[in-house]
Ligand binder design. Structure first.
Ligand code: UGA
Length: 428
């Protein structure tokens, strides 16, 4: 099938190349011409493991094309995937201006039946809104489907081909059957439902995962008070199949371009319908508090941080990505910097992005060892797995004080204590 993907961000690009890999002919468009020019050469706008390889492969096989015109590519495509951003507005609600613009442009240019699939994370009711906007300029038959995306940054390619479920919401049975068929090579449960239900599944899933994280962070804070270890509590809780082991990792709170935005958007959505979502208010508050917990710990070690040399390993909001949006690491650096600390940082992928938003008086290091040289405190701020296997003896020799603040509970506490580091985790 010929497919048009509108938007080449994380969701758009992964969906485009994933569908191309499944054998469909895909044109991905974006309003950013320089991005399109680079994509044509296989230069990606962000780091994502394995993505570049399959983008290049599908460009070569002529399964994947990049362009900047919706109008010129619409005619040949039966199916259009909307994958544009829905950033938060000042009040937390999702900004639908790009979704509206695409719907309008589709209406202006449609001449025959098309299936419009929305993959952007949107409030309930957006599918109906898309229909209404298209109808302003097009009176023919068409279908709108909601097919939310559940991929994780850093594991997006794997997630595309191995989803736990594919949700297909809509009112047109023929269109739903076409979309199910589009994904037929992916063996997973395909759930047929309404537009509204599909739209809510996405927000509800992200909000539930953040609830798990904030819950375990509260347990971690309690562990510190009662002398328990949150890692062991989480492990034993996770053995209960009703709870499950994932998203029970305590630390400095969730970040990224999705969780913080989507929880706030769901809270706003509920409020807009006259329902006060009390739980989400707490989830957000706990996450904010968790960042302050780490600052409090730093203050306990050094009541005056001015001129203290602090090494920070990790800048990305999580491992395997160069994304620093809503990253706890960046927030901590800004606070420490404002209080006069001397900061050295290292991240395997996110240094270039961090340089764009942090001031220049930060020492950007070529490797973790350089960052730790003469440091009086080391903070682990991102769960990059390679940090576990650093030469910790070497780091001990390089540091001035051997204090580690492990904001992600990444390191083996026993091993660190044995090496005579002063190790402080979260809830351990
Ligand atoms: C998240 C969801 O996991 C995806 O299913 C969803 O598609 C995506 O948002 C989206 O809406 O687009 P992502 O933001 O890429 O994916 O990253 P996650 O792996 O979910 O991690 C989010 C944050 O939570 C990170 O800061 C991570 O460090 C933190 N986290 C995660 C914890 O603190 N503890 C955990 O146990 C798990």
């Amino acid at each position: 099938m010929k497919i048009l993907i509108v938007g080449t961000g994380y969701v758009g690009l992964v969906t485009a190349v994933g569908l191309a890999e499944l054998g469909h002919e895909v044109v991905a468009i974006d309003v950013d011409q320089s991005k399109i020019n680079k994509l044509k050469k296989g230069i990606l706008p962000f780091y994502e493991p394995d993505l570049k390889k399959i983008v290049l492969k599908n460009i070569r096989k002529k399964q994947l094309f990049f362009n900047n015109s919706l109008k010129n590519n619409l005619k040949n495509c039966q199916c259009i995937f909307i994958c544009v951003g829905t950033p938060p507005k000042r009040d937390g609600a999702a900004d639908l201006k790009d979704v509206r613009r695409v719907a309008y442009e589709l209406g202006e240019n449609m001449k025959e039946y098309k299936i419009i699939v929305n993959k952007s994370t949107v409030p309930v009711g957006t599918g109906q809104l898309i229909k209404k906007i298209v109808k302003k300029n097009y009176s023919g038959d068409f279908a709108v489907i909601s097919c939310p995306e559940f991929l994780r940054e850093g594991r997006a390619v794997w997630d595309f081909f191995h989803p736990d479920r594919i949700i297909i919401g809509g009112e047109d049975d023929k269109a739903i059957a076409t979309i199910i068929n589009l994904f037929k090579k992916i063996k997973t449960k395909k759930i047929k439902t309404t537009l509204e239900t599909a739209e809510l599944v996405k927000y509800a899933s992200n909000a539930f995962l953040t609830t798990k994280i904030s819950f375990i962070n509260e347990i971690a804070n309690l562990c510190e008070k009662v002398g328990a270890d949150v890692e062991e509590v989480a492990f034993s809780m996770g053995l209960d199949k009703r709870i499950g082991p994932s998203f029970l990792k305590a630390g400095i709170g969730y970040g990224g371009s999705c969780f913080p935005k989507d929880v706030r958007a769901l809270k706003q959505l509920a409020g807009g319908h006259g329902y006060k979502f009390r739980l989400l208010k707490s989830v957000i508050e706990v996450n904010r508090h968790q960042r302050r917990v780490i600052i409090k710990k730093i203050k306990e070690i050094f009541p005056k941080i001015k001129n203290k040399k602090v090494a920070i390993l990790g800048l990305a909001f999580k491992d395997n990505t160069d994304d620093i949006r809503e990253s706890a690491a960046i927030e901590i650096i800004k606070i420490l910097k404002s209080q006069g600390a001397k900061i050295s940082v290292y991240d395997p992928q996110a240094m270039a992005n961090a340089k764009k938003i942090l001031n220049s008086k930060i020492n950007y290091c070529l490797n973790p060892y350089e960052a730790c040289r003469a440091a009086q405190l080391l903070i682990i701020a991102t769960e990059w797995p390679q940090f576990k296997n650093l030469n910790w003896q070497r780091i001990k020799r390089l540091m001035k004080n051997d204090i580690i603040l492990d904001g992600k509970n990444l390191l083996d506490k026993g091993k660190m204590l044995k090496m005579r580091f002063r190790y402080i985790g979260v809830g351990r």
